[in-house]
Design a protein around this ligand. Sequence first.
Ligand SMILES: Cc1ncc(COP(=O)(O)O)c(C=O)c1O
Length: 382
Amino acid sequence: MPPLGAAARDLFLLQPGAAFLNHGSFGATPAPVRAAQQAWRDTVETQPDVFFRETIWTATRASAARLGRLMGAPGESLVFLPNLTEAVAVVLDAMRFAPGDEIVLLDVAYAAVRKAAELTAARTGAGLRTIPTALQMTDAAYAEGLRAALSPRTRLVILDHIVSPTAQLIPVETLVPIARAAGAKVFVDGAHALGQLPLGVAALGADWYASNAHKWLFAPRGCCLLYSAPEVEDATRPVIVSHYNADPYPRRFDYVGTRDVTAYLAAADAADFVERYGLAALTAHRAALIALADAALRDRGAGLVTPHAPALAAWTLPQSRPARPDDGPALMRALWYEAGVQVAASSAGGRLLLRLSFQLYNDEADIARLVAALDRLSWPGR
Ligand SMILES: Cc1ncc(COP(=O)(O)O)c(C=O)c1O
């Protein structure tokens, strides 16, 4: 078994002497993956013509096939994009909305995704409906919320698989069939899923599923995979028009102007890195840390949001007043600049949310350091 906890920190360039409990936001790339990306960059530099005229096609498809094993989807159903934000743009563009159409999404949908949906709705005359959620939800409550938001005009349902600020795990296996049965197309935003959850994307039945590889899979930044079901492949096109836009899916995504695609290619090495540990071993390590953190935070009056993702969890912190929008950023800055602890924090509905990521390089010492810092610095509105 490769190293876990503090022994694994040397694989990363993360600033020494600090506790990093926010892998989920921007990821971190281990040495073997950084080396693989550099090797690809050197290959490009050695013979750019051969790379961009020949190698890019075969290497991109080989990497997609490798990642397909983790996504649970054939490589030919997967295309690379720089990030989830662009995947959303591709899906919204593929929908060709008309006035009166409706888009349904969760009230906790990722803010940038909501903005993209709002702009598309404003441009096309489509409407937006929201599924309300709470910090403790059952599968049945999610299903009821979705059913209430659906109408004969619903054309697209956007579901987060793991909610960003709250770390909630959404029961997409229950919700996708409900949306499909109502005649809507479904896009699952699995930004945090790949490398955290076992995935069977093709069997899930969604029209599109996207996951970043640069978060929990350890790929270099700028690497997202978009799955398209066979029925929507034809409509699914890059939002930037390039030479190959009229080529069939997935080929039209494999070359979209001259750009650095080395993150896409090194993502295959990231898959190897994760598989050397095995997802089960990673999950066990991370779950043990969530339990430790929960025990310590509960002692301080915090409440765990459930059901949560396997390696990402959020707690509401007790407040003497309703949390304000700037309380989350203030807590993050205090913990980093005064205690060397990186977390994610936000406020929602008057509650201050502390979100922690538990990665293979974390251990009990990181949690002890966080808890000591919270005791010393407290938090806004405590
Ligand atoms: C649920 C969700 N959707 C979308 C995104 C956007 O991802 P990216 O910044 O890679 O575009 C994130 C990023 O954290 C996310 O958590």
